[in-house]
Design a protein around this ligand. Structure first.
Ligand SMILES: *Cc1c(COP(=O)(O)O)cnc(C)c1O
Length: 500
C-alpha cells in the first residue's frame, strides 16, 4: 500500500534499444547527389564499430527525453529526503552557488600572483576565522581535500608533535563505533590500532579507557556525537585521561551538524579535529566530491600545520613559507577552493544565530523521526539521539526481513534508503539522518513509508523480501557483482519489436 502520490523518482525507463522502431531518424537530409561510399573504406576498418548489430532507431526528442529521464535517476537532495546517516545530506542554498560563480572567484587562477589574489586569500582568511570561532580551537587549515584527508593531516601533526617530545609512540585508540576511515588513517600514518569496546549506552567505557591508556598510546580518535548518534557525555574526562598520559585526542568532526552554535570541541579539550565542510556547511556531495576536510587545532599543534600559512604583511595577505616545524603541504594551491567559497557563503548567510537554529532543527527532526518510528523499529541505544537515530532490524529479522530488504522496499516508496548495516556495532543497523533541511510534511511522508513497510513485514514479508518492485532491475546478485565485475561494455541482446 503506497499512500501518498509523491514519487521522487521513476526508474521504469526502457533501454533505447527497446524504444527503437525501424526507419526513425533524428534528422532529415536531402537525397544524396554523390555516390554512396562504405564508411569503413573512408575511415578505415579499425575506426568503424561493428560489435553493435542494430543501433537503436529513434527520433531526436526520444533520445533527449530518454537521457533526461535517466539523469533523474541520480537521486538528489533536490528531489527528496536523503536520509543517509553520518553523511549529512542537506539542502544546498542557491546563494552558495551564486557566490561561487562570482566572476573574480570562479575564474581566479591558482598561480595568480599574491597581489592579484587578495580576494581569494581574504575568503580563506575569513573562513579560517569563522571555523576557529565555531570550533573553539586556535587555528584552522583549509588544505585537506576531504574528511579522511583531514584525519590523515591531523594524525601526522600528532605524530610530529610527539616526535619533538622524544617519541612518536606506537598506538592509536579507536572506539568500535568509529567510522572506517579512522582506523585506516591511523594505519596510514604508521600507527597500530587498538579497538575499544563501547558500553551498553553506545559510549566509551571510562574504566576500560583508563586501563588501556599508557605511554605507548599516541592518541584517541573519537567521533562526537559518535556514529550511533549519541553524545559522549564524559568527553572532558576522556580528554583528561589521555592528556594525563601525554597522549592527544583527535575528534572526527563529521558530525558537527549536531554541535555548531551549541557546543565547541575546543571547550571540551580536543587537540585536533576535522570538519567536513561538504557535510556540515552544505555543498553538494552525493556524487563523491569535491569535498573539504578543514582541520582545526589547539595551540600546541599550530607549529605543525601544513604550509604555507596566511599572514598579514603591509596591509596585504601573503603566504608564509617559513614554517620550520610544519608537516608540509598536503594539497596543492588553496585546497578545493570552490567548496571553501560555498562554506563561507553558507556561514555568512546564516549568521551565528542561524547556524545555531539549523543545529537545533537538525536535532528536532532526528528526534521527531525517532519518536514516530520507535513503536515499529528497535532503537539501538537507549540514550538521547542527537542529529541522527540508529535502529536495528531485530523485530523484522524475526520474520526473516533484514535492514537491506527494508531499504530496498523504501525505493518503491520513492525514497533514497537510509544507511544500511552501519555502524557495525549495531546488528542490522538502520541509520537515519534527516538534517534540518526537511519539513514536517516530508518527515511524515518518510515515517509513513517506514511504518507501512513495518506492517508489510508482519502481513506479507515476501513483498518486502522481493523489493524493489518499481525499478527496472530488482535484486541483483551482489556477491557475483563484487567478485566478478564485468567492466567492459557488452552489447545487449537485441530485443525484437514491432514497428509502431
Ligand atoms: C563522512 C565521514 C568521514 C569521511 O569523510 P570523507 O570526506 O568522505 O573523506 C569520516 N568520518 C565520519 C564520521 C564521516 O561521516
Amino acid at each position: 500500500m503506497i499512500k501518498k502520490a509523491i514519487r521522487h523518482i521513476v526508474q521504469a525507463e526502457p533501454l533505447l534499444f527497446e524504444q527503437s522502431s525501424p526507419g526513425k531518424r533524428g534528422y532529415q537530409l536531402p537525397e544524396l547527389d554523390v555516390p554512396v561510399v562504405d564508411a569503413a573504406t573512408v575511415l578505415g576498418k579499425g575506426n568503424v564499430r561493428d560489435e553493435i548489430e542494430d543501433f537503436p532507431e529513434v527520433s531526436e526528442f526520444e533520445v533527449l527525453r530518454h537521457f533526461t529521464r535517466l539523469s533523474t535517476w541520480n537521486y538528489a537532495i533536490d528531489l527528496g529526503l536523503y536520509p543517509l546517516g553520518s553523511c549529512t545530506m542537506k539542502y544546498n542554498p542557491r546563494v552558495n552557488e551564486l557566490v561561487a560563480r562570482t566572476e573574480g572567484l570562479a575564474w581566479a587562477h591558482p598561480y595568480q600572483p599574491e597581489r592579484l589574489a587578495q580576494g581569494a586569500m581574504e575568503v580563506v582568511a575569513a573562513l579560517e576565522h569563522a571555523l576557529v570561532q565555531i570550533t573553539g580551537m586556535d587555528a584552522v587549515t583549509l588544505q585537506p581535500a576531504a574528511g579522511a584527508h583531514g584525519e590523515f593531516t591531523g594524525i601526522l601533526m600528532i605524530r610530529a608533535l610527539l616526535e619533538t617530545r622524544g617519541s612518536a609512540r606506537k598506538k592509536i585508540l579507536v572506539p568500535d563505533s568509529a567510522h572506517g576511515t579512522n582506523p585506516a588513517t591511523a594505519m596510514m600514518v604508521g600507527y597500530t590500532v587498538e579497538n575499544i569496546k563501547s558500553n551498553d549506552r553506545g559510549m566509551i567505557d571510562l574504566g576500560l579507557l583508563e586501563r588501556v591508556v599508557n605511554e605507548d598510546v599516541a592518541g584517541l580518535m573519537i567521533t562526537n556525537p559518535n556514529t550511533v548518534g549519541v553524545f559522549e557525555e564524559n568527553i572532558k574526562k576522556i580528554c583528561q585521561i589521555l592528556h594525563d598520559k601525554g597522549a592527544l585526542v583527535y575528534m572526527d568532526g563529521a558530525n558537527m551538524n549536531a554541535l555548531v552554535g551549541v557546543a565547541r570541541p575546543g571547550d571540551f579539550g580536543i587537540d585536533v579535529m576535522h570538519l567536513n565542510l561538504h557535510k556540515t556547511f552544505s555543498t553538494p556531495h552525493g556524487g563523491g566530491g569535491p569535498g573539504s576536510g578543514a582541520v582545526a587545532v589547539a595551540e600546541v599543534l599550530t607549529p605543525f600545520l601544513p604550509g604555507p600559512r596566511l599572514k598579514r604583511q603591509a596591509d596585504q595577505w601573503a603566504w608564509n613559507y617559513d614554517l620550520p616545524q610544519s608537516i608540509g603541504r598536503v594539497r596543492a594551491f588553496y585546497g578545493n577552493f570552490g567548496v571553501l567559497v560555498r562554506a563561507l557563503a553558507y556561514i555568512m548567510a546564516h549568521g551565528g544565530n542561524g547556524l545555531r537554529q539549523a543545529t537545533l532543527d537538525a536535532l528536532l527532526n532526528a528526534n521527531y523521526l525517532r519518536t514516530l518510528l520507535e513503536p515499529y523499529y528497535q532503537i539501538a541505544y537507549n540514550a538521547p539521539s542527537m542529529h541522527e537515530c540508529v535502529f536495528s532490524d531485530d523485530r523484522q529479522a524475526k520474520e526473516g526481513v533484514r535492514t537491506g530488504d527494508i531499504a530496498k522496499r523504501l525505493i518503491d516508496y520513492g525514497f533514497h534508503p537510509y544507511t544500511v548495516s552501519f555502524p557495525l556495532i549495531v546488528r542490522g543497523a538502520l541509520m537515519i539522518e534527516p538534517t534540518e533541511t526537511e519539513s514536517k510534511r516530508e518527515l511524515d511522508l518518510f515515517a509513513d513509508a517506514m511504518i507501512s513497510i513495518a506492517k508489510e513485514v508482519e502481513e506479507n514479508p515476501e513483498l518486502v523480501l522481493k523489493a524493489p518492485h518499481s525499478t527496472r532491475t530488482s535484486r541483483v546478485d551482489e556477491v557475483t557483482a563484487a567478485r566478478k565485475p564485468i567492466v567492459r561494455w557488452q552489447p545487449p541482446a537485441r530485443v525484437s519489436q514491432a514497428a509502431d
